[in-house]
Design a protein around this ligand. Structure first.
Ligand SMILES: NC(=O)c1ccc[n+]([C@@H]2O[C@H](COP(=O)([O-])OP(=O)(O)OC[C@H]3O[C@@H](n4cnc5c(N)ncnc54)[C@H](OP(=O)(O)O)[C@@H]3O)[C@@H](O)[C@H]2O)c1
Length: 295
């Protein structure tokens, strides 16, 4: 494996820009690429390098991170004459920290192996709020030696780094986590809307929830958005992707995921909320209110 001198980062969205900055602040020499260059400008000003294409980025680094929306974004960045696969160096490690389809991730790992490089699925759990307080967790699937080689770099993303197993197993684990996350947040919004209709003040319910045993980290940063809609951690489009990944997996395995399916239906309703571009807790809560005749 290559000595780690340069780190590459592709995908400077809500999560990627913050993670790339953490890697830079931890002292790594980071070069970046993003489809929309404007989002890279603050990072270039902070001292990061810039590569014109994913291929150029991959050909100049020892460890490459990708943090892109979904499966099709990863495929668009991986393949083709300017794609990552055309540039990866022998012995390099590509850690994909996006949440994508497990099958695609495993297929990509095979393609990367054929180039003499290593591929790890390294999905992260948390949000921009979690990242800001340095509490992201990282799960890792793939060759253990490749994981151990980049483990210290992963610790710059967050303190909780867990090796899960072979390629694909970390992304499968992330699908399980996000299934539970979206169901829990949707159930929270359902409960709030229900008792609002019965006459309880929304702010009082939210405050009580935050002091209760169901105040998990994700409820902790999302519940306040029902009182003060100041932030978008993930909109309904991005969040429903993860339920669809779970439903596709369940269909392939012949498994029933009824709470996932019912929640995905609620997210369908949230997609037509006036607040569909806000955080999904806000749009799903609005959908419940609409169905309850409150708005
Ligand atoms: N938001 C969260 O709380 C959170 C937490 C954990 C994990 N995740 C996962 O992290 C990933 C990124 O999430 P995010 O919140 O950072 O999303 P985001 O803000 O929407 O950023 C998406 C990134 O993907 C790029 N992209 C999209 N389609 C592309 C394509 N076809 N080709 C090349 N680049 C493309 C975007 O480039 P442009 O700038 O050019 O649009 C942008 O850099 C997702 O898989 C998400 O599920 C998110």
């Amino acid at each position: 494996m290559r000595e780690i001198e340069r780190v590459g980062f592709a995908g400077l969205g809500a999560m990627g820009a913050g993670i790339a900055r953490r890697l830079h602040d931890a002292g790594h020499h980071v070069a970046c690429w993003n489809r929309t260059r404007a989002k890279a400008e603050p990072l270039i000003e902070a001292g990061m390098g810039w590569a014109g294409t994913p291929r150029e980025l991959a050909s100049s680094v020892d460890v490459l991170f990708t943090m892109l929306t979904n499966t099709s974004a990863i495929e668009a960045t991986a393949y083709g004459p300017d794609g990552v696969l055309a540039g990866l160096r022998e012995g390099a490690v590509w850690a994909d920290i996006s949440t994508i389809a497990p099958d695609t991730s495993v297929a990509l790992a095979e393609r990367v192996r054929a180039t003499g490089a290593h591929f790890l699925d390294c999905p992260v759990s948390g949000s921009p709020a979690t990242l800001a307080v340095g509490q992201m967790s990282v799960m890792v699937g793939g060759d253990r030696a490749a994981f151990e080689h980049i483990e210290e770099v992963l610790h710059a993303i967050g303190p909780k780094v867990t090796y899960i197993g072979r390629n694909g197993q970390a992304i499968l684990t992330k699908v399980a986590i996000n299934l539970a996350l979206v169901v829990a947040v949707t159930a929270f919004a359902e409960g709030v809307a229900l008792v609002e209709k019965a006459g309880v003040d929304r702010e009082a319910v939210v405050d009580a929830v935050l002091k209760s045993v169901i105040a998990s980290p994700v409820i902790g940063y999302r519940a306040p958005l029902l009182v003060d809609d100041t932030d978008v951690f993930a909109d309904v489009e991005l969040q429903q992707k993860d339920l669809v990944l779970a439903q596709e997996l369940a269909r392939r395995l012949g498994m029933a995921v009824p709470t996932c399916a019912a929640t995905s239906e609620m997210l369908n309703a949230a997609r037509s909320s006036a607040t569909a571009d806000r955080d999904f807790v806000v749009s799903v809560h609005e959908a419940y209110r609409r169905m309850g005749g409150m708005d």
